[in-house]
Design a protein around this ligand. Structure first.
Ligand code: ADP
Length: 857
């Protein structure tokens, strides 16, 4: 650029160079200004006015510094980072340009601003370091100090763990290309860091500095990832990381595996439209604290495998459900708030006076929570109650130091309690006293001058003054010094007033200064309680989650599942928790399940669209997940062998509009899930093969079902509208046919939503056509064609072709070309539910069938 930059712009550009990928908030007086491209971007994203500097035409926009939070939140949500550049310590006498420096870079993974975080979700920064066959992973939630690590050995495991953590930001080595394809789905910020961040020596140092050394993390790749995460945090969040907890290994093998796609299909934490409403979490979450909400969400995503561990939770829920739901415990919980993030703000020295005052009240409520649950007998509850040990010293410090209603900003004054510090009391007295003195001075001057309208006042620019209106100027005494002239009045001061002014102002500013000092000292002192507060918060979260499960179980009539080491799943009158919650009591039709690897391994569920197949599949998965997270389940009875992984493959029905590639995706995912199945695995396949034309779709569905039966003992629920598949049950011993009951009623087809043994009615579509009033001739012809198709005599173009061996087993239906009259009677007979008929109805039906059989209808 030809234009010579002003010193300010030159300074800006120097600083901006350090943070090329962040929007730079450049502090100028009371504003954060953005320049150049940042200004253009800021104006667009933040919807504020773009202007330009009059001197040099540099594009510019700005926001008031004290209201920056919502703007930062908005930029982060739009996927940007924000670098905050402040004016460094000002020397009053220094001339020229104010020194400035970046004090913080707010990125999606390192933000602790409440406006950016959501109360019921963790906020992880992830670092990944691939090395040889392994990938080191570290995850830090800087808002709470949670710190996890893992060494992962394959791509599938990596995808699993990363998607479960739902990171806000991932840091990777700059050279890592290409990125794993699933990154695209995460919709989180990817930050590439130089190799220096991923060096073993640097990792050792920063781990030693922050968490007592690398010994706390096994596996070099994980230690290096952890080092990179910490270095990045130091650069962005800053050095105050006293709230970081000891790193914990992520124990992948201790949890029920549910891949990301399945998690979304099952709508565990968000529903298909991305909202929380309509998810399993929304039904189960009646927690009263944000820590509890995050704990419960975590349990849903990480169900357990260990029967004993699950029973510990179930025992706790059981005790609450059969007792008084914790009695007064909920009242205590409501007062606690987000103790975990509060601990984070205290440990990182970012807590406000109001936060600290709340800490005192929250810790008292923790004490009350412990008391209200003191008589509980369940093991887990007792352990958790034991962990509720609010540090009374911290409560004492806060109560003694802080006033009753301290402000958010510690610079505002009125922070420290009267009686805590003699100097504070004295300055406060002085400031207050001075006001009295001022009032007395005004009265005295009025008397002395006989000017009744004389006023002693204060303003920001001129300080204290005596104001006399023009009409009384002749009475002003000679010791008054003129300060300012207005249209109708003159303002004066006196030596006495000057002295008073000095005292008042210095008392007030001295007071604020001192209060800030004392507050900061208290905050530093409180940091030693951070681990204890975090420990309490953790226990509060679990108790809150358990109590929430208990309340939901009681209200919705859930029962305690029985878990064992078998491989059988037995559910009596199971319900879909989310669908049921949206219906009136009794409207949801419960269904049973009996599946096991030895006898009933693959259940083929046939039935028309909208009959309830997919609901049935999902409800089975949800019941299993609920049971293994330690919740009661929506059923009359459930006896469940532990499931180690759940896969769902929902066919293309719902995403046809997304085009051809969906079928590819479907097949790719299906291919993946065919590997690594055990008798403990549960597969839910819904409308597989639907994304392509009828015949190859059917062929694929058939082959997959065969494969699952022949090559694995995984439990499979296979819902399909391909009726032909039901023949598989004749050839494969562990395949059983189930169907969704439908029934004709008053000229309509009614879905009974009941799962019954046996295959569905083949000619359902034709029945509907008949009911809809299609001419008899057409219906009859349709039956003929159906029969032909069933015999495999015709292909999809209606042309004859050779029959294939496999489908024509010895018991394949042998219907003659002119069978429709009989078959129609048989179909009608199948639809009849004898137990629901009155004798008269039964007689009428018999009469009609008899007429039909005689061929004169
Ligand atoms: P399919 O998969 O067979 O096409 P769905 O499972 O999508 O059918 O069910 C269709 C609709 O039927 C659901 O949206 C729900 O409203 C209702 N439904 C399904 N199962 C039940 C049930 N057991 N009780 C009551 N309503 C149900």
């Amino acid at each position: 650029m030809a234009i010579k930059n002003s010193p300010l712009i030159a300074q800006y550009l120097r600083i901006k160079e350090k943070v090329p990928d962040a929007v730079l908030f450049f502090r100028l007086g009371d504003f954060y200004e953005m320049f150049f491209e940042d200004a253009e971007l800021g104006a667009r994203v933040l919807d504020i006015q773009l202007t330009s500097r009059s001197k040099d035409g540099v594009p510019l926009c700005g926001i008031p510094y004290h209201a920056a939070q919502p703007y930062i939140a908005k930029l982060l949500k739009a996927g940007h980072k924000v670098a905050i550049c402040e004016q460094a310590a000002q020397d009053q006498n220094a001339r020229g340009l104010m020194p400035r420096q970046i004090v913080r870079v707010v990125t999606p993974g390192t933000a602790t601003e409440e406006l950016v975080l959501s109360a019921d979700q963790k906020s992880f920064l992830l670092a990944l370091y691939p090395s040889g066959d392994a990938v080191g992973l570290a995850a830090i939630d800087v808002s709470t100090g949670e710190f996890l690590f893992a060494s992962l050995s394959d791509d599938a495991g990596l995808e699993e763990e990363v998607t479960r953590l739902e990171p806000r930001e991932i840091v990777v080595p700059r050279g890592l290309e290409p990125l794993p394809p699933f990154f695209a789905r995460l919709r989180c910020t990817i930050t590439r860091l130089d190799d220096s961040h991923f060096a073993a020596a640097a990792a050792r140092q920063v781990l030693a500095r922050r968490v007592g050394g690398e010994a706390s993390i096994d596996g070099e790749p994980a230690a290096i990832a952890a080092g990179a995460a910490l270095l990045y945090l130091e650069e962005t969040f800053g050095e105050d990381l006293g709230h970081l907890r000891a790193p914990r290994p992520l124990r992948i093998t201790q949890h029920l595996l549910i891949d990301d796609v399945s998690r979304r299909h099952l709508e565990l934490t968000v529903s298909s439209d991305g909202a929380r409403q309509g998810s399993l979490l929304a039904v189960l979450d009646e927690t009263l604290t944000p820590v509890g909400a995050r704990t419960l969400a975590n349990w849903i995503v990480y169900p357990l495998l260990d029967v004993a561990a699950i029973n510990r939770r179930l025992d706790a829920v059981d005790e609450f459900v059969s007792g008084d739901l914790g009695g007064p415990a909920p009242d205590a919980l409501k007062l606690i708030g987000d103790l975990e993030r509060l601990a984070g703000r205290i440990g990182s020295l970012r807590a406000s006076p109001r936060d600290c005052a709340h800490l005192g009240r929250a810790l008292e409520a923790v004490g009350a929570l412990g008391e209200s649950l003191g008589a509980c007998r369940a093991d887990l509850v007792r352990d958790l109650v034991e962990r509720l040990a609010p540090p009374s010293e911290a409560i004492a410090i806060v109560t003694a130091t802080l006033g009753d209603d301290p402000p958010v900003d510690p610079h505002d004054g009125n922070v420290i309690r009267t009686g805590f510090n003699p100097q504070v009391d004295e300055l406060r007295m002085l400031a207050r006293d001075a006001r009295g003195v001022l009032a007395r001075l005004e009265t005295r001057e009025r008397d002395r001058t006989s000017i009744a309208s004389l006023k002693v006042r204060y303003n920001q620019v001129f300080g204290y003054y005596i104001e006399v209106t023009k009409t009384h100027l002749d009475r002003v005494p000679p010791d008054y010094e003129r300060k300012q002239t207005l249209v109708g009045a003159e303002r004066f001061t006196t030596p006495e007033l000057k002295e008073l002014e000095r005292k008042i102002l210095s008392a007030e500013s001295g007071l604020k200064e001192l209060e800030l000092q004392l507050f900061t000292r208290m905050l530093r002192d409180l940091t030693r309680f951070t681990p204890a507060i975090q420990e309490n918060a953790g226990a509060v979260g679990e108790l809150d989650a358990l109590l929430s499960l208990a309340r939901v179980a009681r209200r919705r009539g859930y029962v305690r599942p029985v878990l064992d080491e078998s491989t059988r799943l037995l559910i009596h009158e199971g319900r879909h928790p989310v669908l049921e919650a949206g219906l009136k009591r009794g409207e949801f039709v419960p269904n049973d399940l009996d599946v096991d690897p030895d006898e009933r391994q693959l259940l083929l569920i046939t039935g028309p669209n909208m009959a309830g197949k997919s609901t049935y599949l999902r409800q089975v998965a949800l019941i299993v997940i609920m049971a293994q997270m330690g919740a009661f389940v929506p059923a009359a009875h459930a006896q469940l062998g532990i499931v180690d992984r759940i896969f769902t493959r929902i066919g293309a029905r719902d995403d046809l509009r997304r085009g051809e590639s969906t079928f590819m995706v479907e097949m790719r995912e299906t291919a993946r899930l065919l590997a690594g199945l055990s008798p403990r695995s549960l597969l839910l396949l819904d409308e597989v093969g639907r994304g392509t034309s009828t015949f190859d779709g059917l062929a694929i569905a058939w082959a997959i079902a065969e494969h699952l039966h022949d090559r694995s003992r995984a439990k499979v629920l296979f819902a399909t509208h391909f009726h032909e598949l039901t023949d598989l049950a004749r050839e494969r011993p562990r395949v059983k046919n189930l169907s969704m009951a439908v029934r004709e009623w008053g000229g309509e087809v009614v879905f009974l939503r009941r799962v019954v043994e046996g295959a569905a009615n083949r000619s359902y579509g034709i029945e509907v056509a008949r009911l809809a009033g299609l001419p008899d001739g057409v219906v009859a012809r349709a039956r003929e064609i159906l029969a032909n198709l069933e015999q495999g005599e015709l292909d999809e173009a209606g042309m004859p072709r050779l029959a294939h061996g496999r489908r024509q087993g010895p018991s394949a239906p042998q219907m003659g070309l002119f069978a429709p009259a009989e078959s129609r009677i048989v179909e009608e007979l199948k639809l009849i539910e004898l137990e629901r008929l009155t004798p008269i109805e039964a007689f009428n039906i018999l009469a009609r069938l008899s007429t039909k059989a005689h061929g004169n209808e």
